[in-house]
Design a protein. Structure first.
Length: 105
């Protein structure tokens, strides 16, 4: 699921314009700065937008990327996002079986 939002309290007009122009196929709204700080689990530091959170079905943040993160936002952003999603969706590695002790002679 994809959701979008703004943390700019003066950005509601721009948000409405965005929705009217692009008709996103996902829910989009506003969130206050304090709530996003708690949700994003960051302390008092400067943030860079956009921000991407990859969240599992249980609602846990599995990874997050700020706009300053070259791994996500430089180069081919679609390929970068797909690689991050593929990594999270890959099946868990199968645990190796414990070797049996050598047979007694």
């Amino acid at each position: 699921m994809v959701v979008g939002g703004t943390i700019d309290p003066t950005g509601l007009v721009a948000l409405e314009d965005f929705v009217q122009r692009f008709h996103p196929a996902f829910p989009i709204g506003a969130i206050d700065g304090n709530s996003i700080t708690i949700f994003g689990q960051w302390g008092p530091r400067r943030t860079f937008v956009p921000m991407i959170y990859l969240i599992d079905k249980a609602g846990n943040v599995q990874s997050q990327y700020m706009g300053s993160d070259a791994q996500m936002f430089e180069g081919d952003q679609s390929a970068n996002l797909r690689a991050a999603l593929d990594k999270l969706m890959a099946p868990a590695p199968v645990a190796a079986k414990k070797a049996l002790p050598p047979a007694k002679k």
